[in-house]
Design a protein around this ligand. Structure first.
Ligand code: SF4
Length: 286
């Protein structure tokens, strides 16, 4: 099959493009998101939350390529035979691209690795809460936190919020978080890029990743929602529609999340508790 823009062999379908035209298409999509939603200023100092997967390394690669000042930050949850491998990928990538790489470990911050926490079934709620808190804590001093969330992740999140009747979270939709006191603003430059596009881009660019999934991922509710969404015959189109609808809804919702207190233990912002959610979860596991 030939590229829809030239006579060369296509390497990607939907849209059908050769390697060079696919790179241009993909990079333009990310640049357009940055511009349309005012994700970054040229002077911004950005910390990229890296997991070693294709998404976060693609964000890191592109933001550096676009000329932003980037630092990579990884959270080491302490998941044996998984995080240790991905940390190696990240180190190698950052060395090759001359990017400062920092690691923050659950073990050092909470006293336990994720593997050592005695939770039955899904560990994702615990893991996600601690990770978000540590990310914000160690992103202090940066202008933005960039993450590798893509169109698949985000459309799953929207559906999960509906399925769980968490309507108060719907205002979070969109590629940039609201400005909140005590929180570094988060941006998602790959918000409209599908997993398939990112996989193709990272592969064709030679961005090497382990392609391993976290061993706890199959316990998660997200996995179920992902399967439901992917069964749709026109899944790619539906995901984009879901994202656009959720952004439109978010604009009409009143922002109810406020953080007016500082946690007495870690000094992170909390809504109205003395101890933040991450510290109370960590305490429960002692
Ligand atoms: Fe943490 Fe769950 Fe993600 Fe694994 S799948 S890294 S446990 S949030």
């Amino acid at each position: 099959m030939h590229c829809s823009k030239c006579a060369k062999q296509a390497v990607f379908q939907d849209p059908t493009l050769c390697k060079q035209h696919f790179f241009s298409y993909f990079e333009k999509k990310v640049k357009d998101t940055i511009k349309q939603f005012s994700l970054l200023k040229k002077s911004d100092n950005v910390v990229v939350a890296v997991s070693g997967g294709k998404d976060s390394l693609t964000v890191l690669y592109l933001l550096q390529k676009f000329g932003y000042d980037v630092t990579a930050l990884a959270i080491d949850e302490g998941i044996e035979n998984y995080r240790d491998n991905t940390l190696e990928d990240m180190k190698k990538f950052c060395n090759e691209h001359n990017i400062v790489f920092k690691i923050v470990a659950f073990k050092k911050e909470t006293g336990k690795t994720l593997d050592q926490v005695p939770i039955e079934g899904s560990r994702c709620t615990y893991c996600g809460t601690i990770r978000r808190t540590l990310l914000n804590k160690y992103a202090k001093g940066f202008d933005k936190i960039a993450t590798g969330h893509n169109a698949d992740d985000e459309s799953q999140a929207v559906l999960m919020n509906f399925f769980k009747a968490q309507t108060s979270l719907l205002h979070r939709a969109g590629p940039i978080s609201e400005k909140k006191k005590g929180f570094v603003q988060k941006i998602k430059p790959l918000y409209f890029c599908t997993e398939k596009e990112i996989m193709a881009f990272s592969f064709l660019k030679g961005i090497q990743t382990n392609f391993v999934e976290c061993p706890y991922a199959h316990f998660s509710y997200r996995g179920l929602v992902r399967d439901i969404l992917n069964k749709e015959t026109s899944a790619a189109k539906r995901k984009q529609q879901l994202l656009k609808s959720s952004i439109a809804i978010a604009h009409h919702l009143e922002q109810k999340e406020t953080a007016s207190f500082l946690c007495i233990k870690c000094k992170s912002p909390t809504k109205n508790e003395q101890v933040c959610k991450a510290c109370s979860l960590a305490e429960e596991q002692v």
